[in-house]
Write a protein that binds this ligand. Sequence first.
Ligand SMILES: Cc1cc2nc3c(=O)[nH]c(=O)nc-3n(C[C@H](O)[C@H](O)[C@H](O)COP(=O)(O)OP(=O)(O)OC[C@H]3O[C@@H](n4cnc5c(N)ncnc54)[C@H](O)[C@@H]3O)c2cc1C
Length: 384
Amino acid sequence: MAPAYDVIVLGLGGMGSAAAAHLAARGVRVLGLEKFGPVHNRGSSHGGSRITRQSYFEDPAYVPLLLRAYELYEQLERETGRDVATLCGGVMVGRPQSRTVSGSLRSAEQWGLPHEMLDAKELRRRYPTLTPADDEVALYEARAGLLRPETTVAAHLQLATRHGADLHFEEPVTRWEPYRDGVRVHTAENTYTAGQLVICPGAWAPQLLTDLNVPFTIERQIMYWFQPAGGTGPYVPERHPIYIWEDAAGVQIYGFPAIDGPDGGAKVAFFRKGTVCTPETIDRTVHDHEVRAMAEQLEPCVPTLPGTFIKAATCMYSTTPDEHFVIARHPAHAGAVTVACGFSGHGFKFVPVVGEILADLALDGTTHHPIELFDPGRVAIAPA
Ligand SMILES: Cc1cc2nc3c(=O)[nH]c(=O)nc-3n(C[C@H](O)[C@H](O)[C@H](O)COP(=O)(O)OP(=O)(O)OC[C@H]3O[C@@H](n4cnc5c(N)ncnc54)[C@H](O)[C@@H]3O)c2cc1C
Protein backbone atom coordinates (compact mmCIF):
# COMPACT_ATOMS: atom_id res chain seq x y z
CA MET A 1 0.00 0.00 0.00
CA ALA A 2 1.32 3.43 -1.01
CA PRO A 3 1.65 6.17 1.63
CA ALA A 4 -1.47 7.92 2.82
CA TYR A 5 -2.06 11.56 1.91
CA ASP A 6 -4.18 14.32 3.38
CA VAL A 7 -5.55 15.30 -0.04
CA ILE A 8 -5.41 13.77 -3.51
CA VAL A 9 -6.03 16.09 -6.47
CA LEU A 10 -7.35 14.33 -9.57
CA GLY A 11 -6.38 16.24 -12.74
CA LEU A 12 -3.51 18.77 -12.89
CA GLY A 13 -4.85 21.08 -15.60
CA GLY A 14 -5.89 24.67 -14.92
CA MET A 15 -7.93 24.11 -11.78
CA GLY A 16 -6.17 21.04 -10.36
CA SER A 17 -2.68 22.58 -10.57
CA ALA A 18 -3.98 25.64 -8.67
CA ALA A 19 -5.68 23.44 -6.06
CA ALA A 20 -2.46 21.43 -5.57
CA ALA A 21 -0.46 24.65 -5.12
CA HIS A 22 -2.89 26.18 -2.60
CA LEU A 23 -3.27 22.94 -0.65
CA ALA A 24 0.48 22.27 -0.48
CA ALA A 25 1.11 25.87 0.61
CA ARG A 26 -1.14 25.22 3.61
CA GLY A 27 1.23 22.49 4.74
CA VAL A 28 -0.82 19.35 4.08
CA ARG A 29 0.42 16.22 2.29
CA VAL A 30 -0.79 16.44 -1.31
CA LEU A 31 -0.71 13.93 -4.14
CA GLY A 32 -1.62 15.14 -7.64
CA LEU A 33 -2.54 12.55 -10.27
CA GLU A 34 -2.62 13.55 -13.94
CA LYS A 35 -3.55 11.46 -16.97
CA PHE A 36 -1.12 13.25 -19.34
CA GLY A 37 2.20 15.08 -18.95
CA PRO A 38 2.68 18.46 -17.23
CA VAL A 39 1.14 21.35 -19.26
CA HIS A 40 -0.41 19.40 -22.16
CA ASN A 41 -2.71 20.40 -25.01
CA ARG A 42 -5.37 17.70 -24.83
CA GLY A 43 -7.75 19.33 -22.34
CA SER A 44 -8.98 22.92 -21.91
CA SER A 45 -5.93 24.90 -20.72
CA HIS A 46 -3.72 25.49 -23.77
CA GLY A 47 -3.49 27.80 -26.81
CA GLY A 48 -1.24 30.60 -25.53
CA SER A 49 -3.82 33.10 -24.28
CA ARG A 50 -7.04 33.53 -22.31
CA ILE A 51 -9.11 36.66 -21.77
CA THR A 52 -9.46 38.15 -18.32
CA ARG A 53 -11.88 40.97 -17.46
CA GLN A 54 -13.89 42.20 -14.48
CA SER A 55 -17.08 43.81 -15.86
CA TYR A 56 -18.55 40.37 -16.19
CA PHE A 57 -21.57 40.14 -18.50
CA GLU A 58 -22.32 36.55 -17.46
CA ASP A 59 -23.43 37.60 -13.93
CA PRO A 60 -22.34 40.25 -11.41
CA ALA A 61 -21.99 37.43 -8.85
CA TYR A 62 -18.62 36.56 -10.42
CA VAL A 63 -17.08 39.98 -9.71
CA PRO A 64 -15.84 39.42 -6.13
CA LEU A 65 -14.17 36.21 -7.28
CA LEU A 66 -12.52 38.09 -10.14
CA LEU A 67 -11.17 40.75 -7.80
CA ARG A 68 -9.55 38.01 -5.71
CA ALA A 69 -8.33 36.17 -8.83
CA TYR A 70 -6.53 39.33 -9.98
CA GLU A 71 -4.73 39.55 -6.60
CA LEU A 72 -3.77 35.90 -6.74
CA TYR A 73 -2.50 36.13 -10.34
CA GLU A 74 -0.23 38.99 -9.22
CA GLN A 75 0.94 36.90 -6.28
CA LEU A 76 1.63 33.96 -8.63
CA GLU A 77 3.84 36.20 -10.80
CA ARG A 78 5.71 37.45 -7.73
CA GLU A 79 6.23 33.99 -6.27
CA THR A 80 7.40 32.33 -9.48
CA GLY A 81 8.92 35.22 -11.45
CA ARG A 82 6.85 34.19 -14.47
CA ASP A 83 5.04 36.48 -16.89
CA VAL A 84 1.45 35.28 -16.56
CA ALA A 85 -0.76 38.31 -17.31
CA THR A 86 -0.72 41.27 -19.72
CA LEU A 87 -3.38 43.85 -18.88
CA CYS A 88 -3.61 45.54 -22.28
CA GLY A 89 -7.22 46.72 -21.78
CA GLY A 90 -10.34 45.26 -23.29
CA VAL A 91 -13.46 46.28 -25.20
CA MET A 92 -16.86 44.56 -25.05
CA VAL A 93 -18.52 45.53 -28.31
CA GLY A 94 -22.07 45.24 -29.64
CA ARG A 95 -25.37 47.07 -29.72
CA PRO A 96 -26.22 48.76 -26.43
CA GLN A 97 -28.88 46.15 -25.65
CA SER A 98 -26.64 43.15 -26.46
CA ARG A 99 -25.77 40.88 -23.56
CA THR A 100 -22.07 41.60 -24.06
CA VAL A 101 -22.52 45.37 -23.62
CA SER A 102 -25.51 45.61 -21.29
CA GLY A 103 -24.36 42.73 -19.04
CA SER A 104 -20.83 44.15 -18.76
CA LEU A 105 -22.23 47.60 -17.90
CA ARG A 106 -24.51 46.09 -15.25
CA SER A 107 -21.57 44.40 -13.51
CA ALA A 108 -19.40 47.52 -13.80
CA GLU A 109 -22.11 49.74 -12.30
CA GLN A 110 -23.14 47.30 -9.59
CA TRP A 111 -19.56 46.87 -8.36
CA GLY A 112 -18.26 50.37 -9.13
CA LEU A 113 -15.63 49.04 -11.55
CA PRO A 114 -13.65 51.61 -13.57
CA HIS A 115 -14.91 51.63 -17.16
CA GLU A 116 -15.68 53.92 -20.10
CA MET A 117 -18.46 53.76 -22.66
CA LEU A 118 -17.24 54.43 -26.21
CA ASP A 119 -19.43 55.18 -29.21
CA ALA A 120 -18.52 53.73 -32.61
CA LYS A 121 -16.59 56.82 -33.67
CA GLU A 122 -14.47 56.88 -30.53
CA LEU A 123 -13.80 53.14 -30.72
CA ARG A 124 -12.58 53.52 -34.34
CA ARG A 125 -10.43 56.49 -33.33
CA ARG A 126 -8.71 54.65 -30.47
CA TYR A 127 -8.30 51.35 -32.26
CA PRO A 128 -8.20 51.78 -36.04
CA THR A 129 -8.16 47.99 -36.54
CA LEU A 130 -11.73 47.84 -35.18
CA THR A 131 -14.55 48.99 -37.50
CA PRO A 132 -17.83 48.98 -35.57
CA ALA A 133 -21.12 49.85 -37.27
CA ASP A 134 -22.59 53.22 -36.32
CA ASP A 135 -25.12 51.63 -33.94
CA GLU A 136 -22.48 49.63 -32.05
CA VAL A 137 -20.83 50.78 -28.81
CA ALA A 138 -18.16 49.42 -26.48
CA LEU A 139 -17.51 49.16 -22.79
CA TYR A 140 -13.77 49.77 -22.30
CA GLU A 141 -12.04 48.31 -19.28
CA ALA A 142 -8.37 49.17 -18.66
CA ARG A 143 -7.91 46.22 -16.29
CA ALA A 144 -8.95 43.63 -18.88
CA GLY A 145 -6.26 41.72 -20.73
CA LEU A 146 -4.83 38.31 -21.33
CA LEU A 147 -3.45 35.43 -19.31
CA ARG A 148 -1.00 32.78 -20.50
CA PRO A 149 -2.59 29.41 -19.68
CA GLU A 150 0.46 27.17 -20.12
CA THR A 151 2.61 29.51 -17.99
CA THR A 152 -0.13 29.63 -15.33
CA VAL A 153 -0.31 25.85 -15.09
CA ALA A 154 3.49 25.53 -15.04
CA ALA A 155 3.68 28.17 -12.28
CA HIS A 156 1.13 26.38 -10.10
CA LEU A 157 2.87 23.02 -10.61
CA GLN A 158 6.14 24.71 -9.64
CA LEU A 159 4.60 26.12 -6.43
CA ALA A 160 2.94 22.81 -5.56
CA THR A 161 6.30 21.03 -5.88
CA ARG A 162 8.08 23.79 -3.95
CA HIS A 163 5.64 23.26 -1.07
CA GLY A 164 6.22 19.49 -1.05
CA ALA A 165 3.37 18.05 -3.14
CA ASP A 166 3.97 14.74 -4.94
CA LEU A 167 2.85 15.16 -8.56
CA HIS A 168 2.49 12.03 -10.71
CA PHE A 169 2.06 12.49 -14.47
CA GLU A 170 0.99 9.92 -17.05
CA GLU A 171 -0.88 8.20 -14.20
CA PRO A 172 -4.63 8.30 -14.90
CA VAL A 173 -7.06 7.56 -12.09
CA THR A 174 -9.12 4.51 -13.05
CA ARG A 175 -11.60 4.64 -10.16
CA TRP A 176 -12.07 5.88 -6.60
CA GLU A 177 -14.32 4.90 -3.68
CA PRO A 178 -15.07 5.93 -0.10
CA TYR A 179 -12.67 4.26 2.31
CA ARG A 180 -12.88 4.57 6.10
CA ASP A 181 -13.22 8.31 6.76
CA GLY A 182 -11.75 9.27 3.40
CA VAL A 183 -11.20 7.88 -0.09
CA ARG A 184 -9.23 5.25 -1.92
CA VAL A 185 -8.00 6.14 -5.40
CA HIS A 186 -6.84 3.59 -7.97
CA THR A 187 -4.50 3.97 -10.92
CA ALA A 188 -3.04 1.24 -13.11
CA GLU A 189 0.15 1.33 -11.02
CA ASN A 190 -1.10 1.89 -7.52
CA THR A 191 -3.79 2.42 -4.91
CA TYR A 192 -3.62 5.52 -2.72
CA THR A 193 -5.60 6.56 0.33
CA ALA A 194 -6.36 10.08 1.50
CA GLY A 195 -8.66 11.97 3.83
CA GLN A 196 -9.92 14.15 0.98
CA LEU A 197 -10.22 13.95 -2.81
CA VAL A 198 -10.46 17.04 -5.04
CA ILE A 199 -11.68 16.23 -8.56
CA CYS A 200 -10.78 18.71 -11.35
CA PRO A 201 -11.53 16.58 -14.41
CA GLY A 202 -12.16 19.19 -17.13
CA ALA A 203 -13.78 17.55 -20.15
CA TRP A 204 -13.60 14.13 -18.48
CA ALA A 205 -16.33 15.17 -15.98
CA PRO A 206 -19.10 13.12 -17.65
CA GLN A 207 -17.21 9.87 -17.12
CA LEU A 208 -15.60 10.65 -13.74
CA LEU A 209 -18.59 12.31 -12.06
CA THR A 210 -21.63 10.33 -13.20
CA ASP A 211 -23.19 10.43 -9.73
CA LEU A 212 -23.18 14.24 -9.76
CA ASN A 213 -26.10 13.95 -12.27
CA VAL A 214 -25.17 17.18 -14.03
CA PRO A 215 -25.80 17.01 -17.80
CA PHE A 216 -22.46 18.39 -19.08
CA THR A 217 -21.99 19.04 -22.78
CA ILE A 218 -18.43 18.68 -24.02
CA GLU A 219 -17.82 20.97 -26.98
CA ARG A 220 -15.07 21.11 -29.59
CA GLN A 221 -13.85 24.71 -29.93
CA ILE A 222 -11.37 26.16 -32.40
CA MET A 223 -8.75 28.87 -31.94
CA TYR A 224 -7.47 30.59 -35.12
CA TRP A 225 -4.29 32.58 -35.74
CA PHE A 226 -4.23 35.02 -38.67
CA GLN A 227 -1.41 37.23 -39.90
CA PRO A 228 -3.08 40.64 -40.40
CA ALA A 229 -2.86 42.30 -43.80
CA GLY A 230 -0.22 45.00 -43.31
CA GLY A 231 1.46 43.13 -40.44
CA THR A 232 1.07 42.94 -36.67
CA GLY A 233 2.19 46.55 -35.99
CA PRO A 234 -1.24 47.92 -34.97
CA TYR A 235 -2.03 44.67 -33.14
CA VAL A 236 0.75 44.65 -30.51
CA PRO A 237 -0.51 44.65 -26.89
CA GLU A 238 0.82 48.18 -26.29
CA ARG A 239 -1.73 49.38 -28.89
CA HIS A 240 -4.42 46.75 -29.07
CA PRO A 241 -6.99 45.55 -26.52
CA ILE A 242 -8.61 42.16 -26.13
CA TYR A 243 -12.14 42.26 -27.52
CA ILE A 244 -15.42 40.40 -27.28
CA TRP A 245 -17.78 41.33 -30.08
CA GLU A 246 -21.44 40.38 -30.30
CA ASP A 247 -23.18 40.77 -33.67
CA ALA A 248 -26.87 41.53 -34.25
CA ALA A 249 -27.67 37.80 -34.27
CA GLY A 250 -26.11 37.34 -30.82
CA VAL A 251 -23.00 35.53 -32.14
CA GLN A 252 -19.92 36.38 -30.08
CA ILE A 253 -16.31 36.33 -31.20
CA TYR A 254 -13.28 37.27 -29.13
CA GLY A 255 -9.70 38.13 -29.99
CA PHE A 256 -6.30 39.05 -28.67
CA PRO A 257 -3.43 41.36 -29.52
CA ALA A 258 -0.46 39.88 -31.40
CA ILE A 259 1.72 38.34 -28.66
CA ASP A 260 3.80 35.91 -30.73
CA GLY A 261 6.15 38.29 -32.55
CA PRO A 262 5.91 39.95 -35.97
CA ASP A 263 5.12 36.73 -37.83
CA GLY A 264 3.01 34.97 -35.20
CA GLY A 265 -0.30 36.60 -36.12
CA ALA A 266 -3.12 37.30 -33.67
CA LYS A 267 -5.58 34.83 -32.19
CA VAL A 268 -9.35 34.94 -32.59
CA ALA A 269 -12.25 32.54 -31.97
CA PHE A 270 -15.99 32.13 -31.74
CA PHE A 271 -17.04 32.26 -28.09
CA ARG A 272 -19.59 29.47 -28.32
CA LYS A 273 -20.94 27.71 -31.44
CA GLY A 274 -18.91 24.54 -30.67
CA THR A 275 -19.78 21.04 -31.79
CA VAL A 276 -20.58 18.29 -29.30
CA CYS A 277 -17.73 15.82 -28.78
CA THR A 278 -15.99 13.68 -26.18
CA PRO A 279 -12.27 13.73 -25.30
CA GLU A 280 -12.01 10.45 -27.21
CA THR A 281 -13.95 11.47 -30.34
CA ILE A 282 -12.95 15.12 -30.82
CA ASP A 283 -11.94 15.94 -34.41
CA ARG A 284 -8.55 17.65 -34.04
CA THR A 285 -8.40 18.64 -37.71
CA VAL A 286 -9.60 22.16 -38.52
CA HIS A 287 -11.32 22.30 -41.90
CA ASP A 288 -11.20 24.94 -44.64
CA HIS A 289 -14.89 25.81 -44.29
CA GLU A 290 -14.31 26.54 -40.57
CA VAL A 291 -11.42 28.91 -41.34
CA ARG A 292 -13.61 30.63 -43.96
CA ALA A 293 -16.48 31.07 -41.49
CA MET A 294 -14.12 32.72 -38.98
CA ALA A 295 -12.67 35.04 -41.65
CA GLU A 296 -16.17 36.02 -42.82
CA GLN A 297 -17.28 36.85 -39.28
CA LEU A 298 -14.20 39.12 -38.90
CA GLU A 299 -14.70 40.91 -42.19
CA PRO A 300 -17.11 43.64 -40.97
CA CYS A 301 -15.49 44.23 -37.58
CA VAL A 302 -11.72 43.55 -37.74
CA PRO A 303 -11.24 43.63 -41.52
CA THR A 304 -7.42 43.55 -41.71
CA LEU A 305 -7.05 40.57 -39.35
CA PRO A 306 -7.93 37.71 -41.71
CA GLY A 307 -5.05 38.56 -44.04
CA THR A 308 -3.31 35.18 -44.08
CA PHE A 309 -4.40 32.12 -42.15
CA ILE A 310 -1.49 30.80 -40.06
CA LYS A 311 -2.79 27.89 -37.97
CA ALA A 312 -5.64 26.64 -35.83
CA ALA A 313 -5.99 24.37 -32.79
CA THR A 314 -8.86 22.67 -30.99
CA CYS A 315 -9.79 22.81 -27.30
CA MET A 316 -12.76 21.59 -25.23
CA TYR A 317 -15.45 23.44 -23.28
CA SER A 318 -17.33 21.53 -20.53
CA THR A 319 -20.65 23.30 -20.50
CA THR A 320 -23.46 23.16 -17.93
CA PRO A 321 -27.09 23.93 -18.91
CA ASP A 322 -26.90 27.49 -17.51
CA GLU A 323 -23.20 28.01 -18.33
CA HIS A 324 -22.34 28.62 -14.67
CA PHE A 325 -19.59 26.59 -12.96
CA VAL A 326 -19.89 23.63 -10.61
CA ILE A 327 -17.75 24.08 -7.48
CA ALA A 328 -18.90 22.26 -4.35
CA ARG A 329 -18.51 19.41 -1.92
CA HIS A 330 -19.78 16.37 -3.83
CA PRO A 331 -23.37 15.93 -2.61
CA ALA A 332 -23.13 12.13 -2.60
CA HIS A 333 -19.75 12.06 -0.79
CA ALA A 334 -19.84 15.37 1.04
CA GLY A 335 -17.46 14.37 3.80
CA ALA A 336 -14.52 13.56 1.58
CA VAL A 337 -14.91 14.72 -2.02
CA THR A 338 -14.83 18.21 -3.59
CA VAL A 339 -15.50 18.90 -7.28
CA ALA A 340 -14.67 21.73 -9.69
CA CYS A 341 -15.96 21.31 -13.24
CA GLY A 342 -18.37 22.62 -15.87
CA PHE A 343 -16.39 25.82 -16.43
CA SER A 344 -18.41 26.39 -19.62
CA GLY A 345 -15.65 28.09 -21.60
CA HIS A 346 -15.00 30.95 -19.16
CA GLY A 347 -13.09 29.45 -16.26
CA PHE A 348 -9.47 30.32 -16.82
CA LYS A 349 -9.53 33.84 -15.42
CA PHE A 350 -10.71 32.29 -12.12
CA VAL A 351 -8.02 29.59 -11.87
CA PRO A 352 -6.13 30.80 -8.76
CA VAL A 353 -9.27 31.72 -6.80
CA VAL A 354 -10.75 28.32 -7.65
CA GLY A 355 -7.55 26.80 -6.24
CA GLU A 356 -8.05 28.79 -3.05
CA ILE A 357 -11.73 27.79 -2.80
CA LEU A 358 -10.92 24.10 -3.35
CA ALA A 359 -8.29 24.23 -0.60
CA ASP A 360 -10.89 25.84 1.72
CA LEU A 361 -13.54 23.24 0.91
CA ALA A 362 -11.20 20.25 1.21
CA LEU A 363 -9.57 21.36 4.47
CA ASP A 364 -12.30 23.37 6.23
CA GLY A 365 -15.47 22.01 4.59
CA THR A 366 -16.53 25.57 3.77
CA THR A 367 -15.27 28.80 2.16
CA HIS A 368 -15.89 32.51 2.71
CA HIS A 369 -15.99 33.02 -1.07
CA PRO A 370 -19.47 33.40 -2.61
CA ILE A 371 -20.01 30.13 -4.50
CA GLU A 372 -23.78 29.69 -4.13
CA LEU A 373 -24.22 30.07 -7.91
CA PHE A 374 -22.05 27.00 -8.47
CA ASP A 375 -24.12 24.46 -6.49
CA PRO A 376 -24.60 21.37 -8.71
CA GLY A 377 -28.11 20.91 -7.28
CA ARG A 378 -29.39 23.79 -9.46
CA VAL A 379 -28.79 21.85 -12.70
CA ALA A 380 -28.77 18.22 -11.51
CA ILE A 381 -31.30 15.89 -13.08
CA ALA A 382 -32.81 12.89 -11.34
CA PRO A 383 -30.79 9.73 -12.11
CA ALA A 384 -32.39 7.51 -14.76
C1 LIG B 1 -10.70 27.53 -26.90
C2 LIG B 1 -10.91 27.91 -25.47
C3 LIG B 1 -10.88 29.25 -25.14
C4 LIG B 1 -11.11 29.66 -23.83
N1 LIG B 1 -11.04 30.98 -23.54
C5 LIG B 1 -11.17 31.40 -22.28
C6 LIG B 1 -10.97 32.75 -21.96
O1 LIG B 1 -10.66 33.57 -22.82
N2 LIG B 1 -11.11 33.12 -20.66
C7 LIG B 1 -11.42 32.25 -19.69
O2 LIG B 1 -11.54 32.65 -18.52
N3 LIG B 1 -11.61 30.93 -19.96
C8 LIG B 1 -11.48 30.50 -21.23
N4 LIG B 1 -11.61 29.17 -21.54
C9 LIG B 1 -12.02 28.23 -20.49
C10 LIG B 1 -10.88 27.79 -19.61
O3 LIG B 1 -9.71 27.60 -20.36
C11 LIG B 1 -11.32 26.50 -18.91
O4 LIG B 1 -12.49 26.79 -18.16
C12 LIG B 1 -10.25 25.95 -17.98
O5 LIG B 1 -9.02 25.82 -18.67
C13 LIG B 1 -10.70 24.60 -17.44
O6 LIG B 1 -9.70 24.05 -16.60
P1 LIG B 1 -9.91 22.58 -16.01
O7 LIG B 1 -8.86 22.41 -14.97
O8 LIG B 1 -11.34 22.38 -15.64
O9 LIG B 1 -9.64 21.61 -17.25
P2 LIG B 1 -8.24 21.05 -17.80
O10 LIG B 1 -7.22 22.12 -17.77
O11 LIG B 1 -8.51 20.35 -19.07
O12 LIG B 1 -7.81 20.01 -16.70
C14 LIG B 1 -8.44 18.76 -16.48
C15 LIG B 1 -7.32 17.76 -16.26
O13 LIG B 1 -7.84 16.53 -15.77
C16 LIG B 1 -7.02 15.52 -16.30
N5 LIG B 1 -7.72 14.23 -16.18
C17 LIG B 1 -8.89 13.87 -16.78
N6 LIG B 1 -9.22 12.61 -16.44
C18 LIG B 1 -8.25 12.17 -15.59
C19 LIG B 1 -8.02 10.93 -14.90
N7 LIG B 1 -8.85 9.89 -15.01
N8 LIG B 1 -6.92 10.83 -14.12
C20 LIG B 1 -6.03 11.87 -13.99
N9 LIG B 1 -6.20 13.04 -14.64
C21 LIG B 1 -7.29 13.21 -15.43
C22 LIG B 1 -6.83 15.97 -17.74
O14 LIG B 1 -5.78 15.30 -18.39
C23 LIG B 1 -6.58 17.45 -17.55
O15 LIG B 1 -5.20 17.74 -17.39
C24 LIG B 1 -11.38 28.71 -22.83
C25 LIG B 1 -11.37 27.35 -23.15
C26 LIG B 1 -11.12 26.95 -24.46
C27 LIG B 1 -11.14 25.50 -24.78
